[in-house]
Structures are given as structure tokens and as C-alpha cells.
Ligand binder design. Sequence first.
Ligand code: ADP
Ligand code: MG
Length: 244
Amino acid sequence: HEKKLRESEKLSLVGELAAGVAHEIRNPLTTLKGFAQMMNENIDPESNKRYSKIMIDEINRINFIVSEFMVLSKPHVVQYSLTDLSQSIKNVITLLNTQAIMNNIEIVPEFNGEQFLIKCEENQIKQVIANLIKNSIEAMPQGGKIQIRMEHQNANLVISVIDSGVGISRENLPLLGTPFYTTKNEGTGLGLMVSKKIIQNHNGKFEIKSVPNIATTVTITLPTELSHLEYVKQNPGDESNLSQ
Ligand code: ADP
Ligand code: MG
């Protein structure tokens, strides 16, 4: 039963992302068409060289977006590996940026330069971050800023997603992450449940704090030493206790 929920949530996340992805692809396509027309009317080899360079950049961008989207939508076996989460999270931001900009929202990663290596299921952590950013976007109908912080605290990696949206009242806070709890007309009420589950599977902690209209902070604490993951590594195939 639970597995079904996860599958349907995955489908809905992919469906929700699809609109943003379509926009991400349409913009470079418009650029490509423009430059193709210009090349068609132009005979100067120097400017045609410049045009073709821009076109290749745009094609690379489309390629990147499509492959990121496929990673998120593809069913996959759970496989823990050493990952630089700063790169993973930047890739998620790229995927959601158009949707954010359309809603007058700026996503600000506050961890430039540094690597944040951790042993994890990269696709799942990406799914969590995408869920959180989407929730923040949906909580800020007037626009605003989403800050994403990442820091080492003792033996943990702490990731926070902070928005200044409508927030959650004190009495509703305990309901978050229970299946099907949603305040949205088009919501599934499964995003936080799946996210919590994924973080639990990584032996991590998931915490939400909110002062409505001021700041809502979702904090994920992941141990950098994941003892049960070592267990899986030494006993490949014995993942039954983790994936549920
Ligand atoms: P859905 O987004 O489909 O409603 P989620 O499980 O992702 O389901 O979220 C459940 C509910 O938690 C949302 O409907 C919303 O009321 C609340 N919520 C989650 N994140 C935020 C946030 N950043 N700001 C305000 N409310 C939030
Ligand atoms: Mg959601």
C-alpha cells in the first residue's frame, strides 16, 4: 500500500515539474529558432560563428534540463553513494528556477564554492529538496525569496529551506507530513510524507518551524556517518528494512 503511495507521489511530482520543465525548454527553443533564422539570412561567417556558439550553448542547456528531469522521474533501485550535495541541489534549483521566476520568487543557494559530500541516495535527496522548494513557491503567492542553507554541524550535514510565505499555524504544524494532509485545491498531501520517509531512511531528522508570514524553515539533519548504510553496503540486496 505504502509503495503505491510513493509511486503516485512520484508521478504527481513529475507531473507538477513537467509544466516548469516545458517552460525551461521552450525558452532556449525560442532562442534557437531566432538564431537559426538569422543564420539563414546572414552570410558573414564571423557572426554566423557567434550565432552557432550561442545555439550550441542553448542545446546543451536543453540537454541538461531533460537529463535532470529524467533522473527525477525514472524509477530506480536505491543505491547509496558519495555525493556532493551542493551540486545536486544546484541542479534541482536549475530545474525549478523558471517556475520560481514566473511566481516572482528568487531561489538563493547560500553555500557557494564549498563541497558537501555525503553518502546518500542522490535521487531521493533531490526529490526531497524539490518537494520543499515547490512548497515554498506555493506558500508565496506574492513572490519573495527562498534561501537554501547548508552547513556542517558536528557529525551532521544540516540543510535548511527558508521562505517568507504564508507559513503554518501552531495547531496545524503537527498535521504536516501525515498522508493526504493538504490545504491546497490541487494538493496531494503526500510531498512531506514522502520527504520525511526518505530522510528517516537516511537516519536523518526532519523538522519544520514556522512563524506565519515571517519565516518558515524546514531543516534536514543528515548524519555524515551513516551506519545503517554501511550495513547495506556490506549486505547488498538486504534493503528491505530501509525502503519501507
Ligand atoms: P501538498 O503540497 O500537496 O499540499 P505537502 O505534503 O507537500 O502536500 O504539504 C502539506 C501541507 O503542508 C501543504 O498543503 C501546506 O498547507 C503545508 N506546507 C508545506 N510546506 C509549507 C510551506 N513552506 N509554507 C506553508 N505551508 C506549507
Ligand atoms: Mg507539496
